[in-house]
Write a protein that binds this ligand. Structure first.
Ligand code: URA
Length: 204
C-alpha cells in the first residue's frame, strides 16, 4: 500500500506548478534571487491579487507581500474588511530583481522581457485558480494581466469585465504609497487605495 504522501502528484495542480516554479530558469533573475516566490492562498480563490515582484523580505521568506508593501495591503484589507486568507496573492514576476549598494539590496523594476517570460507562470496560476476577479496592483501587474498597452491611470478603480468572463480591478501598487513624501498627498492616495480595496472586499 502506498502512503498518501508518496503518491505521485496529479499533474496540473497548483502545488505541482509551484514545485516546478521553484527551479525556474526562464530568465536570468533566478541567478541573484534567493528563491522563487510563488503565489499563495486558496487554490480555488474567487479573487487573485497580482503585485509586481517580491521585495527583499519576500525573497528571504519565500512568501509574497509580507514586507512593507504587504503591510500596507494588509492594513487596507483590515480597514475595509477584506479577508486575506480568502484571496490568492501572487506577483507578475516571481524572482526579486535588485542591485547591490554596499550591503543593501535595492529593488529594481522588472523590464518587459522579464515580465513576458514570467507571464507563463501567472497564466498557469490563472488557469488553475480560475479567479472571478483579478486585482492588478501597479503598472507591472497590469502589463502582465493585459497586453501591456493600457495605462493604469485610465483604468484605475473601475470594475472591468474581461473577455474571458473575469473581472479586472486596477489599482496603485502599495509601495507607491510608501514613496509619497508629502503626508497630505500620501493620505489622499491611501484613502483612494482603500476605496479600491473596498470594492474587492464587496466582491468577496
Ligand atoms: N511588492 C510586490 O509587488 N510584491 C511583493 O510580494 C512584495 C512587494
Amino acid at each position: 500500500r502506498i502512503e498518501p504522501e508518496r503518491l505521485p502528484m496529479p499533474p496540473g495542480t497548483l502545488e505541482e506548478l509551484r514545485q516546478q516554479a521553484m527551479t525556474c530558469t526562464r530568465c536570468p533573475l533566478h541567478c541573484k534571487a534567493t528563491q522563487t516566490v510563488f503565489g499563495e492562498g486558496p487554490a480555488d480563490a474567487d479573487i487573485m491579487i497580482v503585485g509586481e515582484q517580491p521585495g527583499d523580505q519576500e525573497d528571504l521568506a519565500g512568501r509574497p507581500f509580507i514586507g512593507p508593501a504587504g503591510k500596507v495591503f494588509d492594513e487596507a484589507g483590515r480597514q475595509v474588511g477584506l479577508d486575506r486568507t480568502q484571496v490568492y496573492v501572487t506577483n507578475a514576476v516571481k524572482h526579486f530583481k535588485y542591485e547591490l549598494r554596499g550591503k543593501r539590496r535595492i529593488h529594481q523594476k522588472p523590464n518587459m522581457d522579464e515580465v513576458q517570460h514570467c507571464k507563463w507562470w501567472l497564466e498557469r496560476e490563472l488557469d488553475l485558480v480560475k479567479p472571478k476577479l483579478v486585482v492588478a496592483m501597479g503598472a507591472t501587474a497590469l502589463a502582465a494581466v493585459m497586453d501591456g498597452r493600457q495605462r493604469l491611470a485610465e483604468l484605475r478603480g473601475q470594475m472591468l469585465a474581461l473577455d474571458d468572463d473575469r473581472m479586472l480591478l486596477v489599482t496603485a501598487h502599495p509601495s507607491y504609497l510608501l514613496r509619497i513624501p508629502d503626508e497630505m498627498r500620501r493620505r489622499e492616495e491611501t484613502d483612494r487605495f482603500h476605496g479600491d480595496i473596498a470594492q474587492v472586499a464587496d466582491f468577496q
